[in-house]
Design a protein around this ligand. Structure first.
Ligand code: IDP
Ligand code: MG
Length: 140
């Protein structure tokens, strides 16, 4: 049985709104295993590494500022096709049009801010997952 890992973040909006348990429940209810977990206040350097692919975009600076605006929860989830599976659980980037039933579709909406606040991050490929897990879980 092949397995896979993904890096999931509960963003500052999710932590502020008390949705950590809700997000974790949805991951576990789907049948994935959480194999690492930490709460942290991310600093700018870590966030610049994590979001390097978005450097230069209009929402880049607001994204970094938003992500350092409060504590986040980082976790590693494991299971066959977990990268794709968690992206499906999360829903599309824009929470206004994200499908009902998804984390973003059920729990978030566009608040008119420069960066859209959408509760969670999930890695988008095996390469991203390996890179992102190394950033948030050094030594794992
Ligand atoms: P993803 O989180 O669904 O993978 P990405 O394109 O990787 O989406 O963007 C990273 C984050 O940047 C998003 O989750 C969202 O918070 C924010 N973002 C992405 N695109 C936009 C945009 O067009 N306007 C405002 N914020 C955006
Ligand atoms: Mg992304």
């Amino acid at each position: 049985m092949s397995s896979e890992k993904t890096l999931i973040l509960v963003k500052p909006d999710g932590v502020r709104r008390g949705l950590v348990g809700e997000v974790i429940s949805r991951i576990e209810d789907k049948g994935y295993h959480i194999t690492a977990l930490r709460m942290l206040q991310a600093d700018r350097e870590l966030l610049q590494q994590h979001y390097a692919e978005h450097e230069g975009k209009v929402f880049y600076e607001p994204l970094i500022e938003f992500m350092e605006s409060g504590p986040i929860v980082a976790l590693v989830a494991e299971g066959n096709r977990v990268i794709e599976g968690f992206r499906a659980l999360a829903g599309t980037t824009d929470p206004t049009s994200a499908a009902p039933g998804t984390i973003r579709g059920d729990l978030a909406r566009d608040q008119g801010t420069k960066v859209v606040q959408n509760i969670v991050h999930g890695s988008d490929s095996p390469e991203s997952a390996a890179r992102e897990i190394a950033i948030f879980f050094k030594g794992n």
